[in-house]
Design a protein around this ligand. Structure first.
Ligand code: SAM
Ligand code: DTB
Ligand code: SF4
Length: 326
């Protein structure tokens, strides 16, 4: 990819590996300095997920409960009603969330009544005064523009892992398809939310390659979710080895240093983590979490527990940055 004028050359895998391999204390110190350059280090953003269309997805992502290719226990459900989604967003906002992310188990967005309904959800949730994010699969330029016009803040579309390992996890689409949608999202003026999943049998080098690719995107991600695989019975990755905790901490710190302005989200998998490991992830520069007792299809820590942990660490939920219009 050619360099963008005015932007420094993105870091190479060698540079990223040198960063990652520093003594842990040096790495954490550098990550904290990066965090403090652009963020209030005492604030953690709470984002809540809403699964607006569950299951029945034609893609074969090896980690996902919602793929038709895997025999999981999930019961598919049609696209939710606008009023139910708005009620869920209101409840999340009342509990302190400042971002509401709507996920649909689709391969791509198709024009028609369902997309019109999603646009209505976006506009009504945006009017509450929360940031609105969607993750709906692949997008075409006119669809990205319509989402932007409806009030969407950000679009989540994860690259998940390195280009080299991607084919081991997903066969029904290519890495290039993902990159194309990310470019479409950025061109429409939407913030890019793009990250990955760890604990899928990938190497440390695969994780750092993903960071290298994120650095090469035409627009660097505004938010970077770091998901730890939530193993789902019936999926090919049900038995994958979890990431060693110290490797997660190093990865988060390296991500923070490379993307000092981004929100680095400690995303899926917190239920499997001790409070101490989560604390180290915040020390390493994570400044956002998914809040609420459910992710898309799997459980997440109760919000009371999360708030107690934040308080014990002297952290507070980040206040809303946008005002309601209704
Ligand atoms: N279908 C859309 C797509 O794939 O872009 C949106 C929904 S999809 C469930 C959103 C993201 O959730 C995936 O890109 C993946 O990174 C993450 N994810 C899915 N299942 C997961 C699991 N079992 N553990 C951790 N992360 C997971
Ligand atoms: C992201 O990176 N993680 C979220 C959100 N974006 C859509 C999804 C996590 C899903 C975890 C597994 C599940 O609940 O099905
Ligand atoms: Fe479908 Fe998204 Fe799940 Fe892949 S991750 S199977 S695209 S819902």
């Amino acid at each position: 990819m050619p360099p963008t004028p005015g932007r420094p050359m993105p870091p190479t895998l060698d540079t990223i590996t040198d960063l990652y391999q520093q003594p842990l204390a040096d790495l954490i110190l550098q990550a904290q300095a990066a965090l403090r350059q652009y963020h209030d280090p005492r604030q953690v953003q709470l984002c809540t997920l809403g699964n607006i269309k569950t299951g029945g997805c034609p893609e074969d992502c090896g980690y996902c409960a919602q793929s038709v290719h895997h025999a999981t226990a999930l019961k598919p459900e049609p696209l939710m009603a606008v009023s139910d989604v708005v009620a869920a967003a209101q409840a999340a906002q009342a509990a302190g969330a400042t971002r509401f992310c709507m996920g649909a188990a689709w391969r791509e967005v198709k024009d028609g009544p369902q997309f019109e309904r999603v646009l209505e959800m976006v506009s009504q949730v945006a009017a509450l005064g929360v940031e609105v994010c969607c993750t709906l699969g692949m997008l075409q330029p006119h669809q990205a523009q319509r989402l932007k016009a409806a009030g969407l803040t950000a679009y989540n579309h994860n690259l998940d892992t390195s280009p080299e390992y991607y084919g081991e996890v997903i066969q029904t689409r290519a890495y290039a398809d993902r990159l194309e949608t990310l470019a479409t999202v950025a061109e429409a003026g939407l913030s890019v939310c793009c990250g990955g999943i760890v604990g899928m049998g990938e190497t440390v080098a695969d994780r750092l390659r993903l960071l290298e690719v994120l650095g090469q995107l035409p627009t660097p991600p505004e938010s970077i979710p770091v998901n730890c695989l939530v193993p789902i019975a019936g999926t090919p990755l049900a038995g994958a080895e979890p990431i060693p905790p110290l490797e997660l901490i190093r990865l988060i710190a390296t991500t923070r240093i490379l993307f000092p302005r981004a929100r680095v989200r400690l995303a899926a998998g917190r239920l499997q983590m001790s409070p101490e490991l989560q604390a180290l992830c915040f020390l390493a520069g994570a400044n956002s979490i998914f809040a609420g007792s459910k992710l898309l299809t799997t459980p997440n820590p109760d919000q009371d527990e999360d708030l107690a942990l934040l308080m014990a660490l002297g952290l507070t939920p980040r206040p809303a940055a946008v005002a309601p219009t209704v």
